[in-house]
Design a binder for this molecule. Structure first.
Ligand code: ADP
Length: 170
């Protein structure tokens, strides 16, 4: 039974313990997946986010899921792509690692990730996919409490990149 699963879906519809939000550092909501999550979770999500006082790039913070099926939302701030020499890869790695750690601390067994930073933040999709897969696998190797990790792709380009990379591994 595979722990990692690939799906093409709107992440707000998933019935998992926690979904991850690709937020911006204010945590006050935005476009893309962030906007979709806030719309689906309802206004209480923004109220809780405002109390968190923002989040630095590469870090993660957790809130409740409110109207979502997911019990929690982990808000992580991916790096903006500046060409690759601004620590972007390490920061993206950190987003996945810290989100998984927070999920474990909050007794979550299933978690879904969007393709962090690959929208308006401009991170190259293939590189981001490689980083995310490697980081999740490394984490799962030592942390056995997470039973399911979904890579939830929205756009087909990301979906087919993950399909190819994950098929190579199996
Ligand atoms: P970032 O600022 O981190 O680049 P975006 O929200 O612009 O964040 O894009 C991140 C990824 O989220 C993109 O690959 C985009 O296709 C995807 N995305 C947008 N809406 C949704 C959604 N409802 N569910 C899942 N993924 C989504």
């Amino acid at each position: 039974m595979s722990v990692i699963e690939l799906i093409q879906s709107d992440i707000t519809q998933l019935d998992v313990d926690v979904i991850v939000n690709a937020a911006n550092s204010t945590l006050h909501g935005g476009g893309g997946v962030d906007g979709a999550i806030h719309r689906a979770a309802g206004p209480q999500l923004l109220a809780e986010c405002i109390k968190l006082n923002g989040c630095p790039t590469g870090e993660a913070k957790i809130t409740k899921g409110f109207r979502l099926k997911a019990r929690f939302v982990i808000h992580t701030v991916g790096p903006i792509w500046h060409g690759g020499n601004s620590n972007e890869s390490n920061l993206l790695e950190s987003c996945y690692r810290k989100s998984l750690s927070l999920a474990v601390e909050n007794n979550c067994f299933s978690i879904a990730f969007p393709n962090i930073s690959t929208g308006v933040y401009g991170f190259p999709k293939e590189l981001a996919a490689n980083i995310s897969i490697r980081e999740v696998q490394t984490f799962l190797f030592t942390n056995k409490s997470i039973k399911k990790v979904f890579f939830c792709c929205f756009d087909s380009e990301n979906y087919f990149i993950y399909l190819r990379l994950l098929n190579k591994l199996s």
